[in-house]
Design a protein around this ligand. Structure first.
Ligand SMILES: Nc1ncnc2c1ncn2[C@@H]1O[C@H](COP(=O)(O)OP(=O)(O)O)[C@@H](O)[C@H]1O
Ligand SMILES: [Mg+2]
Length: 204
């Protein structure tokens, strides 16, 4: 089943950024977007993830043309997609558990204990955010993004702040997740090694 399609995407700011980007991701597939800083990777992720209307071209998620149909866009944002950034954006005023509970309340989905175990954060759940290392915070932010069981994970350099070992366990988890949940991964990365683990590569 086709989960994400980009058709003839063109975008420009005050200069052309990219033209005619086409891609299609079916269940369990992944794509790595690579390229130098400023080449437009994050912009393409914003376009594909419903947050930036392209200058021209279509974005279809679960077969729905997201920029043509604003009610399906809202439904898709709420239920079907998750976005993970290089910075964790956890709420410091809440502890780790409360950060996850917030997502659970919004999505009306229970927090799956196995999710916390596989990310190795089940023992850290009662800590304050300030008591977590960078890698632990990132694993909580991934857990928070996945509580709603999204069909598409958009990740913008999710391991950019992590050491190699933590980065590879986080990436393994994301690949396992798409396999087990018939989901797809749209990944922006600087890391060539990680990129080669994705089914498709698109270099800007
Ligand atoms: N909202 C914006 N308005 C104008 N220019 C932008 C905007 N967002 C990004 N850019 C420019 O577009 C280019 C690509 O940015 P970006 O997609 O963030 O690149 P990357 O993620 O590959 O580093 C950069 O030159 C950036 O300055
Ligand atoms: Mg970027």
């Amino acid at each position: 089943m086709n989960l994400l399609t980009l058709e003839g995407i063109h975008h420009k700011f005050d200069y052309p950024l990219f033209s005619d980007v086409n891609l299609e991701l079916n269940q369990k597939e992944s794509i790595a977007i690579t390229g130098v800083s400023g080449s437009g990777k994050s912009t393409l992720l914003h376009i594909a993830s419903t947050f930036l209307k392209p200058h021209s071209g279509k974005v279809k998620i679960l077969g729905l043309d997201v920029y043509e149909d604003s009610s399906s866009m809202l439904k898709i944002r709420r239920n079907d997609i998750a976005i993970i950034f290089q910075s964790h954006y956890l709420f410091n005023a809440l502890n780790a558990k409360e950060n996850l509970e917030l997502s659970s309340i919004i999505s009306k989905k229970k927090i799956d204990k196995r999710l916390l175990e596989s990310l190795k954060i089940d023992d850290l759940i009662n800590r304050n955010i300030s008591e977590l290392s960078g890698g632990q915070k990132q694993r909580f932010s991934i857990a928070r993004a996945l509580i709603k069981k999204p069909k598409i994970i958009f990740a913008d350099e999710p391991t950019g702040n992590l050491d190699h070992k933590t980065a590879s366990s986080v990436m393994n988890y994301l690949f396992e997740y798409i396999e087990d949940n018939n989901a797809v991964l749209f990944l922006v990365t600087h890391d060539e090694k990680i990129a080669t683990k994705c089914k498709y590569n698109l270099n800007f």
